[in-house]
Design a protein around this ligand. Structure first.
Ligand code: SF4
Length: 259
């Protein structure tokens, strides 16, 4: 129905700020801690004092983000084993039909960067991720990684580099302040490789999903602890089930796209 939340999920806010800070760090050499701190102050102002809870959550996220980025610099400053060829880009590319022609459906994704790894000499798409817990085995199946390789190849071409992108350099930052009782690793870098077959499979699935959802089909909510935990529509969704005034919530806390 085109609704979009006015208030942002605090986990997504923190991730956005860290992305902006790392983008400036790798793009123009700025201090990521200052970039993040300025970004958080601007967000607190933009939220306004009528959302005191959100402001307080953001101030907590600011402390956490600063600790994460200070730790990141302590871990990697001067130690990165790659050259940055490009930083954040939003890329659009038509998903191909099974015959290999461009369809009307665009794959749109943001790439955090394109790098050349010193150890392998290969190109990798860069992906900054903040996480609480991480199941590394999931990365083998993750379509997002596959699509980033496909879009990374497109980005490389636009930069005049005629080379395959080997995979994604996963640059993980745990949402955790360092401390004497913290023993888990706070950072995780992993090269996630993708081959041509994995790209074909992901694009074929995306194409047929587009074809299915492009029809006039009914979509029903499917409550699920993981999805609902992150869902911006959780309150109106709960209210709808209870027979309450979910439309009031949609009108009050969401904006609506024209199209
Ligand atoms: S809360 Fe969100 S994810 Fe969960 S069922 Fe409702 S709309 Fe779907």
């Amino acid at each position: 129905m085109g609704y979009k939340p006015i208030r942002k999920n605090i986990n997504l806010e923190l991730g956005s700020g860290i992305h902006i800070a790392l983008d400036e760090y790798y793009g123009s050499g700025k201090d990521p801690v200052s970039v993040f701190s300025d970004w958080a102050d601007d967000r607190v102002k933009a939220i306004g004092s009528e959302w005191e809870d959100d402001q307080n959550n953001l101030l907590e996220a600011k402390d956490l983000g600063i600790a994460m980025l200070e730790g990141y610099l302590a871990e990697y400053e001067g130690e990165d084993r790659f050259d940055v060829l490009a930083t954040e880009h939003t890329l659009k590319r038509p998903i191909p039909t099974p015959e290999g022609n461009p369809s009307k459906c665009l794959m749109v994704a943001r790439l955090d960067g394109l790098v050349r790894d010193w150890d392998t000499g290969k190109l990798f798409a860069m992906e900054h991720k903040t996480y609480k817990r991480l199941n590394e085995s999931w990365l083998d199946l993750d379509h997002q990684m596959t699509i980033q390789v496909w879009l990374g190849q497109y980005l490389a071409k636009t930069l005049g580099i005629e080379e395959e992108v080997a995979g994604v350099l996963y640059n993980g930052l745990r949402k955790q302040k360092p401390g004497p009782r913290v023993s888990v690793p706070l950072f995780m870098r992993q090269k996630v490789y993708r081959n041509a077959n994995q790209i074909d499979v992901a694009l074929t699935r995306a194409y047929w999903k587009y074809r299915e959802t492009n029809r006039d089909m009914a979509i029903f909510p499917e409550p699920n602890p993981v999805r609902c935990g992150w869902c911006d529509f959780r309150e109106p969704c709960t209210e709808l089930q209870m027979g309450g005034d979910y439309e009031f919530l949609l009108g009050e806390f969401f904006t609506k796209r024209e199209r």
